[in-house]
Write a protein that binds this ligand. Structure first.
Ligand code: FES
Length: 142
């Protein structure tokens, strides 16, 4: 796809975010922000039979951070936790179609992944402390 199409997709997700809002009874809720600009993301997860049964996000900030969060929710809903916990920054950059971002914009694109990893750490810390420890390292994306 061309860069223009990706740009349009990002703007569409920014203007019409998917899965935005709260869950009534989430298994995990995590908030984090980009310390440099103050953009914020909250992720709420419902887990059932080791799958992401439902996910919602809340947030405010730049088009890339918010669109990336929206696209991430679509990417992982219904997926097994053990594939979600191993998502990499390249998976996210590929998903949003922006592989050549500068350092500042990469932080925008990866904010929601960082919050998702923190959510996984919280979820696993009760059930599987060893996985939680590894995820803690992974969550240090920047
Ligand atoms: Fe804050 Fe993009 S400017 S995350």
């Amino acid at each position: 796809m061309s860069d223009d199409i990706y740009r349009e997709i990002i703007l569409d997700h920014y203007r019409n975010p998917r899965n935005k809002g709260k869950l009534s009874n989430p298994d995990v809720s995590i908030h984090d922000s980009n310390p440099l600009c103050g953009d914020e993301i909250d992720i709420h997860l419902k887990v059932e039979q080791d799958k992401i049964k439902d996910i919602k996000f809340e947030g405010r900030g730049c088009a890339i951070s918010q669109a990336s969060a929206s696209m991430l929710t679509e990417m992982i809903i219904g997926r097994p936790l053990n594939t979600v916990k191993d998502l990499t920054k390249d998976d996210i950059l590929e998903n949003i179609g922006l592989m050549n971002l500068g350092p500042a914009r990469i932080k925008c694109a990866l904010l929601s992944l960082k919050v998702l990893k923190l959510s996984m750490v919280k979820y696993y810390s009760d059930k599987d402390p060893q996985s939680a420890e590894k995820l803690t390292d992974d969550s240090k994306l920047y």
